[in-house]
Design a protein around this ligand. Sequence first.
Ligand SMILES: NC(=O)c1ccc[n+]([C@@H]2O[C@H](COP(=O)([O-])OP(=O)(O)OC[C@H]3O[C@@H](n4cnc5c(N)ncnc54)[C@H](OP(=O)(O)O)[C@@H]3O)[C@@H](O)[C@H]2O)c1
Length: 254
Amino acid sequence: MEFDLRDKVAVVTGGSRGIGKAIAQAFLEAGASVMLVSRKAEVLEAVQREFAERFGDDRVASVAGNVGDESVPGEVVAETLRRYSAVDILVNNAGTNPHYGSLLTITTSQIDKIFDVNVRAVMLWTQAVWSQYWSVNTDARGSVINLASIGGLSVDRNIAMYNVSKAAVIHLTKQLAPELGPNVRVNTISPGLVKTDMARALWEGREDEIAHNFPLRRLGEPSDIGDLAVFLASDRASWITGSNFVADGGALVS
Ligand SMILES: NC(=O)c1ccc[n+]([C@@H]2O[C@H](COP(=O)([O-])OP(=O)(O)OC[C@H]3O[C@@H](n4cnc5c(N)ncnc54)[C@H](OP(=O)(O)O)[C@@H]3O)[C@@H](O)[C@H]2O)c1
């Protein structure tokens, strides 16, 4: 049986490419309406047009902004409510890693950027939906999906602070689950290596070599994560909260 998101409204941060775009597309295919957020307005508007042609003008909207800016979550949630009168699903997907290399060379501005976008924004966006919608509509059911990483469960010397931030996302999700229940569920997805721009330096030109070590012998496609997000957003996951879902082709057990 298909997972059904008809009549649900989702906000997806980082929805203009990669995993966020695939999650938005999977939600649209399952019947949801989607509000997309990312920084580059032109790219975002092009994705909005692409989705509008396939799914209808009324099913997709966008607001350009930096997820880490304090005012942006409140503005986007207000615009989503003005347009769709609900927010049922929040996907905190936008993420960044401005530093590659030893922890001993990372700068304070790089540390701040990693934590502002990867961790603090998860709080700001969750608080914005909570304060404007879930806390005032006590019958409303919700699902928050936070993008972590298998890096949050393992050690890699080259992307260490990013991994620390993703471990924080996994734990923040556990802390939020009892606060948001019983009507709002909150879970993390921890992808392995997925073929997107963000991870390009890790896989381009080496796909077969890397995939050979994975039990499922391939790298992730953004749609692999979209499918899992649809399940977690749907009522089929109605007894699941505070959990972390690994989707990595078996990388962690290779
Ligand atoms: N790809 C992987 O292998 C992998 C593995 C594990 C976890 N993840 C996680 O999955 C999530 C998505 O990653 P991805 O690989 O799809 O990345 P991506 O291809 O680089 O896409 C990132 C998206 O987020 C937006 N974005 C980045 N920083 C932003 C900010 N400060 N404010 C608003 N939007 C912002 C980007 O658009 P703009 O640049 O226009 O803002 C883009 O839409 C991230 O949280 C990442 O850490 C990825």
